[in-house]
Design a protein around this ligand. Sequence first.
Ligand SMILES: [Zn+2]
Length: 93
Amino acid sequence: MVVDKRIVFRPKDIGVVRFVCRKCGNEAAWNPKSEQSHPPHECPFCETRWQREHGGLWETVRTLRRVLSFTSREPDDESFEVRFEIEDRGGCT
Ligand SMILES: [Zn+2]
């Protein structure tokens, strides 16, 4: 028997984005739906710089903020809904 598990969620279901520092292993939580907050520019523990001068992952996460902020404020589009699906990497057989 093969069991496929799918975890599907809507953008508005995302509450917190966690930044995990590769240098010290600590985490910084960030609420992307808050208009006032910005993704952390650096690790709050060891001060390793996370924001790059030109693009990179940090900039992409900042762009994600616009998506999450919009989808948490606005009603769903009447013709479609966006959902994310997490890959099942574990697999049960
Ligand atoms: Zn760190």
